[in-house]
Each structure stands twice: as C-alpha cells, then as structure tokens.
Write a protein that binds this ligand. Structure first.
Ligand SMILES: [Fe+2]
Length: 227
C-alpha cells in the first residue's frame, strides 16, 4: 500500500483519529508487511463454496426477558476484549461459559452485542487497582449472537455482613436495545447462600466435563434483551 492510499484508508476507516486518541502504540520501525499465504483466488473459492452461514436460529418458546440484577460497586470501564478472562494458570476450577444474546422482539440472535463481565477470584477479591483487569473482559457476540469465555469459578464473598453467592456480573449493550445489567449464578453451588438479591432464573446448571485429562466446568447463559 502506498503512503497515499494508506492515508486514505486511515481517514475513511477512522483509524487515524483512533490512533491519535490512543497516542501510545506505534508499529516498530522497519516492520515489513505480513507475508501472504496461498493465493487470493483459492480463498475466494472457499468462500464461494461454503458461503456465509445463514442465521436461521430462533429463540426457544417461552423465553422471557433476562431479569436485571445489581451493578454492584466493582465495575471498571475499559476491560480488554478477550475470551480468556482469568490470568494464566490462575488457581481455581476452570469454568467455560457459552451462550447467545437474543432479541425479545424479533426472537433472533443479536450479532455484535457487547458483553462486559467481571467477577472475583477464589478468595472473594475483585481486582480494583488501576489498570488491573484480572477477571474482567469484554466480548462481542458472533454473527449468530454467540459468545464464549474461559475463566475460573468465582468464590462467594462477604458484603454487608452477609455472604453473596458466587456470581459473574454482566452488562450487555446492543444498538436499539436497553442495556441490561445482570448477574450469572450457578445452580447447586456449594457456596450458594440464601441470597434474595437475584431472580432464580439467573441460576444456570453446571456440567462437569473432561478434556485431555483435566476436568472443567461448563455452563450456558443465554441473555434476552428488550427494546
Ligand atoms: Fe459481585
């Protein structure tokens, strides 16, 4: 790409403005363009053969709007976009959460919804130091409204004299829909407390799974947004 066309691309895509606003990251001097692999013609053939998957999914009958739950005092703006939420080799039971974001009005999945999520570690502590985003992430839903992340099962913690049942905080935003603040809880959790702060429909069952000799937990949490 020539300097001229690069400038035009940056201007049209708005990246120039974003780069100025960030003002920190700069490609190292002397960096070469990433080499191409295979021919563009082959890539085109693959796309033509398989095409874009049609989104024919429909929300299950009887699904209701996901209830709200408290934002709590520990939300931090600006968490990184990533699917691995816990730090590498963090202590605790590995937990994989999957789900879809749905629209109550169309009963179709919402692509491009932004899920902001945060939770505490196995000692019940939130990472609250400036710039520390442990156990925090944002995720954008796929073309079929799906999301997935890996983390560790959070612990209960004490708040106002009572224990809060283990939970993961969610804030879900999508254009044209009300932003939803809620929490995910785990059905049958050993640390579950008699917690009246949330709706029972926010409790999801845990399934124990095994992979390469290691056990982990999996759960599904679908979210339904309203206009
Ligand atoms: Fe919390």
């Amino acid at each position: 790409m020539s300097d001229r066309s690069r400038r035009d691309f940056l201007r049209v895509s708005g990246l120039a403005a974003a780069g100025t606003a960030g003002g920190i990251l700069t490609l190292r001097a002397g960096a070469a363009p990433t080499a191409a692999s295979g021919s563009p013609a082959i890539a085109r053939q693959v796309i033509d053969q398989f095409g874009e998957p049609p989104v024919t999914l429909t929300m299950k009958d009887g699904a209701k709007a996901t209830p709200r739950a408290a934002l709590g005092p520990f939300h931090v703006e600006g968490a990184p976009f990533r699917g691995k939420v816990s730090p590498p080799r963090a202590p605790g039971t590995v937990l994989v959460v999957t789900g879809r974001v749905w629209a109550l009005d169309t009963r179709k999945p919402i692509a491009g919804a932004v899920i902001d999520l945060w939770h505490c570690d196995i000692h019940g502590n939130y990472a609250n130091d400036a710039g520390d985003f442990r156990y925090r992430a944002r995720i954008i839903t796929s073309e079929t409204g799906a999301y997935e992340y890996e983390t560790i099962h959070p612990s209960r913690y004490q708040a106002g004299g009572d224990f809060r049942s283990p939970h993961i905080h969610y804030r879900i935003a999508a254009p044209g829909y009300h932003t939803l603040v809620t929490q995910l809880f785990f059905e049958g959790d050993a640390e579950h407390n008699d917690d009246s702060l949330f709706d029972a429909s926010l409790m999801m069952p845990i399934v124990k799974k095994g992979e390469a000799g290691a056990e982990y937990e999996a759960t599904e949490f679908d979210i339904v947004l309203t206009k």
